[in-house]
Design a protein around this ligand. Structure first.
Ligand code: NI
Ligand code: MN
Length: 226
């Protein structure tokens, strides 16, 4: 049985039934996180980009757990210099791992890396495991790329940013749902700070009125079945 734990912001833990995979593990300094980074174990980490609110505790968790970090080529190079086990990929690339298969998708966003003087191309992830397709687009604007991603994949769960200011807001996220056509959406990247405050119920009502997709609002700290 696969499950998803929401740590708040864009940080998730996916238990595929056989492996534990983290996405963008921003735990320390995340006002929504209910546990500390050293309480989290994983086999692999999917990292969308180097901003502090996504890279977060990647280095410390990966070192402690010996986890493999999958990310873009340049960011993987930086992690390599930090003695973190990594697998470099790039946008458009697909690969099968022991914990599932991964495909990197485009994200329209910035690429600064916390604590390093480099800039990397940000990405999103399609994560295939246990007959499911989970989509974590990272930080991105609304983009017509969603149309192609929706046409080529039967997305079971899409995790979509709704916070606005740094990413799509709720209105643009509704348009994203129309193109992605996922079975369900879990909103993310909102209410972490006042700057990205949103009412997810308003987003849920609009999506469920205008599309056949269900919106599942997951509270930080909550674990739900997939
Ligand atoms: Ni960002
Ligand atoms: Mn962010």
């Amino acid at each position: 049985m696969a499950s998803l734990t929401y740590y708040g912001h864009s940080a998730f833990g996916i238990d595929t039934g056989s492996h534990k995979v983290l996405i963008d593990p921003f735990i320390s300094g995340n006002p929504q996180a209910k546990i500390s980074a050293d309480q989290i174990d994983c086999d692999a980490i999917l990292l969308t980009h180097g901003h502090g609110d996504h890279m977060g505790d990647t280095i410390s968790i990966a070192r402690r757990c010996g986890a493999l970090v999958v990310t873009t080529y340049e960011l993987a190079g930086y992690l390599d210099s930090q003695d973190v086990k990594n697998h470099p990929m790039n946008i458009g690339g697909w690969r099968q791992f022991d914990f599932g298969a991964v495909k990197l998708t485009p994200a329209f966003h910035g690429g600064a890396v916390e604590g390093a003087s480099i800039t990397c191309v940000p990405c999103g992830f399609l994560f295939f495991f246990d007959g499911r397709c989970l989509y974590h687009p990272g930080d991105t604007s609304l983009t017509i790329e969603f149309e192609l991603i929706g046409r080529m994949n039967r997305i079971s769960t899409a995790l979509l940013p709704i916070g606005d200011n740094f990413t799509m807001g709720p209105e643009d996220a509704v348009e994203a749902v129309k193109m992605l056509k996922p079975k369900e959406v879990i909103p993310m990247h909102y209410n972490t700070w006042e700057l990205i405050a949103q009412d997810p119920q308003i987003f849920k009502k609009r999506v469920e009125r205008e599309t056949s997709t269900k919106v599942r609002i997951v509270e930080p700290g909550q674990t739900v079945q997939l």
